[in-house]
Design a protein around this ligand. Structure first.
Ligand SMILES: [Cu+2]
Length: 290
């Protein structure tokens, strides 16, 4: 018996060492981007100055949900095992009614949880929606069935000297250029129905409501190309309301605006453009031989 026990212990040590080494190797093999993604609980890497507030709220909400979930499941399984029905137990166990401390507890704990979530949500909202004192750029975003137009209101900026715009269509998704590290005000309007202007990497989304202009400010703080989309089901081609965001250096930003100016895309665009686009698309589809 004794030698067998000795071998068993040694094997256990060996297995433990192998498991530890494998785990260490597996963890060290994870790229830093993967590790960071796990820390962000699946959220995209933040790309604006407002994103970290949303990120922290998201992480906090997940941690709180995890603690509540584990506690509830733990108590359920504990109760189910500890007070399971045994042989000789009565048909119906002792019933507990009007247990005041218990009822107070399960009323107050949810109120406390909601209160904490409410506090952090309002605090985050105040940070995210705070207006910049004097935004360096203003962009008018117009949503319409079914694309976006972006007007860069730069006529008072000597580097551009005009308002310039880009009009998106169903077949030609628009590009939105933003200068790195400079504050931008987005004025959001709609020409027809409700849309929602959403750039996931900015952790920001705001509705475009007809007759009710909305606005928000942020500063892009990561160079790159990001996806933008409509987050409000707005009709047949809602899924085509896509656009691409380019966060570039201020010099590249002005270069793009100068190009729009040279192409004659001047003025603050107020729509509508898409009915023409739809007509041209159906005309293309009807064209014989195509
Ligand atoms: Cu839409």
């Amino acid at each position: 018996m004794a030698p067998q026990l000795h071998v068993s212990k040694r094997w256990r040590r060996v297995l433990l060492a192998v498991a530890t080494a494998t785990t260490a190797v597996a963890l060290s093999g994870c790229s830093s981007s993967f590790t960071n993604q796990v820390k962000r609980i699946g959220m995209l890497p933040p790309a604006s100055d407002r994103a970290p507030y949303m990120e922290h709220l998201w992480q906090g909400a997940w941690i709180a949900s995890g603690v509540v979930g584990v506690t509830v499941w733990g108590l359920m399984f504990f109760a189910a095992i500890k007070w399971r029905r045994r042989q000789g137990d009565p048909e119906i166990p002792r019933q507990t009614k009007y247990h005041l401390p218990l009822e107070l507890l399960y009323t107050l704990i949810p109120i406390l949880i909601i209160g904490v979530l409410f506090f952090y949500t309002v605090r985050t909202q105040n940070h995210v929606l705070a207006k910049a004192k004097d935004p360096q750029h203003t962009i008018h975003v117009l949503g319409e069935k079914w694309s976006w137009s972006f007007s860069y209101l730069e006529k008072n900026n000597p580097q551009v000297g005009a308002d310039v715009h880009t009009i998106g269509t169903l077949t030609d998704y628009p590009d939105l250029y933003l200068p790195l590290g400079q504050s931008v005000r987005f004025d959001i309007t709609s020409a027809d129905v409700d849309h929602s202007f959403w750039i996931p990497d900015f952790y920001f989304k705001l509705d475009a409501i007809p007759g009710h202009p909305n606005s928000f400010d942020l500063t892009p703080d990561r160079l790159g190309t990001f996806d933008g989309k409509c987050a409000e089901l707005c009709g047949t081609y809602h899924s085509k309301m896509l656009f691409t965001v380019h966060v570039v250096t201020p010099a590249q930003y002005y270069q793009h605006l100068q190009q729009l100016k040279s192409e004659g895309m001047t003025g603050d665009y107020t729509g509508p453009a898409m009915p023409q686009a739809i007509a041209s698309e159906s005309a293309t589809q009807k064209e014989p031989g195509k």
